[in-house]
Design a protein around this ligand. Structure first.
Ligand code: 8YV
Length: 337
């Protein structure tokens, strides 16, 4: 459990909150009403110098995935900094041990982007084997010459095996959707799911990731990025995959070795990929571009108006409860990741 020298003591004044990115208007307005809030009205990430300045005298920092909240930044933060209330679920952009060492709590926004991210995962699971983007391009480029019995043939989804890596909230939500499309569910996870969950999803647990990877028709990455999952899907594991298999990633780019994946796609060692996330966002390796068997999206898995509003609500509740001297509901504990 993270220790905080501040826990249990109400702040006694409106917290000074620095928000690093433009958030939806209703969220920003409510934050202005409740806190002494500094917004970033320009929709661009803060520079390193601006981040350093932000943590110098804020009580609360509200970063997003585009901010690198590393040990140096946290160590150099002012004594006032008590809470990092991240706008997002993943916390791999925050050095959790450094925050703990400084007595700064970290919160995130779990749960509210589960369904949206699972929808996008399912969209990619459908889009890649059924060549939806390629087909749409034919129309957009006015190069479609009409229906043909052998035109735009993809692969059937129904009856195939889906291997989910990371059976947490999002992984389970993907599984529920996938069952409706006639996919059979397999999964690999740090911990085996509860028997009731396995029963509901008729899910097969693979303790050994290599064995699962080698047998699946579609792999979906739904685990967080941690030191343990960095490059979990590397060249060796890509080589284990079957040539007709697809891979979909809506979690974090770092879980897949991107160069090895681009090579596997180019050499048709696997059939295709659907990627919503990349190793060096917003940079996308040129090796991945122009591959007909890759559908690439700009990290938009959780990008719904409803989701962003709910994330903002969670951030506000976390700050509010913390300022009142209570434990914020979405406190992140290092061992969770
Ligand atoms: C968020 C995400 O939109 O929550 C996450 O972990 O990856 C995204 O979908 C982003 O993190 C906002 O900070």
């Amino acid at each position: 459990m993270p220790s905080s020298k501040w826990q249990g003591k109400p702040l006694g004044h409106k917290p000074k909150v620095v928000v690093t990115r433009k958030l939806p208007d209703p969220v920003e307005t409510r934050m202005m009403e409740l806190f002494d809030t500094r917004l970033n009205l320009a929709d661009t990430p803060l520079s390193r110098a601006e981040l350093v300045e932000a943590v110098a005298d804020a009580d609360v920092l509200v970063p997003t995935v585009t901010d690198k909240i590393d040990a140096e930044l946290i160590k150099g933060a002012g004594e006032r900094l008590r809470l990092i209330a991240s706008f997002g679920t993943g916390v791999d952009h925050i050095d959790l041990p450094a925050a703990k060492a400084k007595g700064v709590l970290v919160t995130n926004t779990p749960g509210v982007l589960t369904e949206d991210t699972a929808d996008m995962t399912m969209a990619l699971i459908l889009a890649v084997p059924r060549r939806i983007v390629e087909g749409s391009k034919l129309i957009a480029d006015a190069t479609w010459t009409g229906w043909s019995p052998t035109g735009m043939l993809g692969h059937r989804i129904h009856g195939k095996r889906l291997g989910i890596i990371g059976m947490g909230r999002i992984g389970s939500a993907v599984a529920r959707r996938a069952r409706g499309f006639g996919l059979s569910i397999h999964y690999h996870n740090r911990r085996r799911a509860h028997p009731e969950v396995e029963e509901e999803l008729e899910a097969v647990y693979w303790d050994n990731l290599d064995q699962m990877v080698a047998r699946m028709d579609i792999l979906s990455i739904n685990c967080p990025h941690t030191p343990a999952t960095y490059h979990l899907i590397n060249k060796r594991r890509l080589d284990l995959m079957q040539p007709h298999a697809y891979i979909v990633n809506t979690s974090r780019g770092e879980v897949i070795h991107e160069t090895a994946l681009a090579q596997a796609l180019r050499e048709k060692q696997i059939a295709g990929a659907g990627l919503d996330v990349f190793e060096q966002e917003p940079y996308v390796s040129p090796d991945l571009l122009d591959l007909p068997n890759a559908v690439l999206l700009p990290h938009m898995g959780s990008a719904t108006i409803e989701g962003r509003r709910d994330m903002g609500e969670k951030v506000i509740v976390n700050i509010r409860t913390f300022a009142d001297g209570h434990t914020p509901p979405d406190r992140v504990i290092e061992t969770m990741f």
